[in-house]
Ligand binder design. Structure first.
Ligand code: TXA
Ligand code: MG
Length: 319
């Protein structure tokens, strides 16, 4: 029997009983548990096989809950929260003592966001506690943007995926930390830097490829399909070099017009937003096709293109 269901009351009961529920957000599905339940939070790590050094994002119902979990809100954090919450932005701020160390991997900061999804906002408003929710995929695998993706990963581990349709933004939130009260991007994501800079001026980026002290989850290889995947500028010549193999192609807007290839076009009209929303689903789809190799095309390095390239880079072998 499917574990996907719209029953919000069931989700409330499970979460209140310290169980996990996969929840929809506008970025990706999350594997959620009560932040104050050690049992639930430990289960999040073990279910995902996630190392304990990688802290979790706390999901809250609105900006007004923020002051109960953080000890200081820089002026620019207030501006950003007013501009983009509910939405695809996570703020990393100094934590209050009430936040358990297991959530923050012992750090003195906590990552927090208000997700912009009607079902999950409704759920959060009815719960007396916030939800810790990493993306609902096993550590290192492709993030889920549809209930079926989560069900495939975790049908034997959790009792419910709360149905919320396909994620409209499709890649994880942009994470912003503060150093000397100035915003710094720790992870590129579904909110474009250009939009952030329109509110707070120039921001610097520390979106490290390697094991990083700022966002410990940002390992170089992450979000990866099981099929060997390459990220290239020039797909036509890469295809030639892989002749004789079963090839999957992930292109931005222009087809290669080669019927012998399994091709997915991210956005025929060239919309970065549409491309982001389809990115992980397309990787899931190609990964299920038993191909020898997937070749992905690098997008223009502007706006959300930067975030998409960042995810593809981590999913692939670059040449
Ligand atoms: O869109 C999203 O952010 C999704 C949905 C479910 O909300 N969540 C998500 O969570 O992407 P996860 O666990 O896959 O990624 C959380 C990232 C990790 O890279 C982690 O290192 C970073 O947030 N993080 C969490 N707490 C942090 C902290 N105190 N300081 C720096 N980075 C932190
Ligand atoms: Mg993740």
């Amino acid at each position: 029997m499917s574990i996907v269901s719209k029953d919000i009351q069931k989700a409330i009961t499970l979460l209140t009983n310290e169980e996990l529920v996969a929840i929809p957000t506008e970025t990706v599905y999350g594997l959620a548990g009560n932040i104050y339940s050690e049992k639930a939070v430990t289960r999040i790590f073990s279910t995902k096989k996630r190392p304990f050094f990688n802290p979790l994002i706390v999901h809250i119902s609105g900006g007004e809950v923020l002051k109960t979990i953080v000890s200081h809100i820089p002026e620019k954090a207030k501006l950003l929260a007013d501009a983009f919450w509910p939405g695809s932005m996570t703020l990393v701020l100094k934590k209050n003592d009430i936040i358990p160390d297991i959530i923050t991997a012992g750090k003195d900061t906590v990552a927090v966001r208000v997700p912009n999804h009607p079902v999950t906002l409704k759920l959060l408003k009815q719960l007396p506690f916030p939800l810790a929710a990493p993306s609902a995929n096993p550590f290192g695998c492709i993030s889920p943007t549809k209930p079926i993706h989560v069900e495939r990963y975790f049908k034997n581990d959790i009792q419910q995926v709360l149905e919320g349709g396909s994620c409209t933004n499709g890649i994880e939130s942009t994470i912003i930390g503060f150093e000397n009260n100035q915003p710094i991007i720790y992870r590129l994501g579904a909110l474009a830097i250009e939009d952030i800079e329109a509110v707070v001026g120039k921001v610097s980026i520390k979106n490290k490829k390697e094991h990083s002290p700022n966002a410990p989850g940002m390992l170089a290889r992450h979000y990866a399909p099981a099929t060997k995947t390459f990220l290239v500028e020039d797909i036509a010549s890469m295809v030639k070099s892989q002749l004789g193999k079963k090839i999957g192609l992930l292109v931005f807007k222009d087809s290669l017009h080669d019927p012998s290839l399994t091709e997915i076009i991210l956005s025929k009209k060239g919309s970065m937003h549409e491309a982001a929303s389809k990115l992980y689903d397309s990787l899931h789809e190609l990964d299920c096709k038993k191909l020898d190799v997937i070749i992905a095309e690098r997008l223009p390095d502007i706006g959300l293109g930067k975030s998409i390239n960042d995810r593809l880079q981590r999913a692939t072998f670059s040449i």
